[in-house]
Design a binder for this molecule. Structure first.
Ligand SMILES: C[S@@+](CC[C@H](N)C(=O)[O-])C[C@H]1O[C@@H](n2cnc3c(N)ncnc32)[C@H](O)[C@@H]1O
Length: 277
């Protein structure tokens, strides 16, 4: 019997999985050992208990640049300069480090500033120059500051804009209360659905990042639809969990695309950016 026939014969018997077991065991053990090592290191070095921060792998950052380039119809080289811009903004980085170090809740935040997919939010704002952004879900205010940093750069180039940041928690947003970033941020405390319904200016860019239940995410996109400026861009932070924005895009005749981030040295598999335009 030649080798191919022998392999086929083995694959037809119950012996096949047994024969492959040591190799399979080695593969899965190697993978899980790596996850356990990263998890153990994170348990003793990080203070975060939700809304984790991390950097993106080089490959994931590169794919994010192409994602932004496509949804904003902006040359890839231009998008890369925007990503470099936020990552080398030492003024913002120093503010975040100092504000975190001096905060009452510093025991629940890491000192090292890591933006993850928020660098994509920054590049989108730089590329599209929105006059009015709405972000639902603020937490400490890291995303609000990143969006504000992009708006400040846009303003310096003659394209002013503001971000309305909504959160139900009265303690949210301590990072976003310092100038110059606070000068373009309107922090609104209350349930996001009521706050969206009360908006009195057209929205050019909407970002869902609050209660990540499917029902609440859908309620936000339904509520904001009548508030959108022509050609508005809709983003969701929940795209790795639900298909809400994709369904909304289909119902409203928009295009949809999803990006999934890959964190460096973190047990958390990462989130992503969903975009409808
Ligand atoms: C994932 S965090 C936001 C992260 C933030 N965008 C960032 O970039 O770090 C989710 C936030 O949504 C807020 N939230 C939860 N339910 C909400 C609701 N119904 N309305 C407004 N905010 C809500 C929480 O208080 C929390 O601060």
């Amino acid at each position: 019997m030649d080798a191919t026939k022998l392999r086929r014969a083995i694959s037809r018997t119950r012996l096949a999985p047994v024969a492959a077991f040591p190799k399979r065991m080695l593969r899965v053990s190697k993978h899980n050992a790596k996850v356990l090592k990263v998890s153990a290191r994170w348990l003793v070095t990080s203070r975060e208990h939700h809304n984790y921060t991390y950097d993106l792998t080089t490959l994931s950052r590169s794919h994010l640049a192409w994602f932004v380039s496509l949804i904003c119809d902006t040359p890839i080289a231009q998008v890369r300069t925007y990503l470099d811009e936020i990552e080398s903004d030492e003024h913002l980085r120093r503010h975040l480090e100092q504000a975190i170090a001096g905060a009452d809740r510093r025991g629940l935040a890491d000192r090292q500033v890591r933006y993850a997919r928020r660098i994509g939010w920054y590049a989108i704002v730089r590329a599209r120059k929105p006059q009015h952004i709405v972000e639902t879900g603020v937490d400490k205010g890291l995303g609000s500051c990143v969006l504000a940093a992009a708006l400040l750069r846009n303003a310096a180039e003659g394209h002013p804009g503001r971000v309305t940041s909504l959160d139900i928690n009265p303690e949210a947003g301590y990072l976003a209360k310092v100038a110059p970033w606070s000068e373009v941020i309107d922090l609104v405390i209350g349930d996001s659905i009521a706050s969206i319904k009360a908006l009195d200016r057209p929205v050019d860019l909407f970002l869902h990042d609050s209660d990540h239940s499917r029902v609440h995410e859908k309620r936000e996109f339904d509520a904001v639809e009548g508030k959108l400026a022509p050609g508005a861009l809709l983003l969701t932070d929940n795209v790795t969990t639900t298909n809400v924005l994709a369904n909304h895009a289909e119902r409203t005749g928009r295009r949809f695309l999803a990006y999934r981030e890959t964190p460096v040295d973190h047990w958390y598999p990462g989130d992503g950016i969903g975009a409808a335009w």
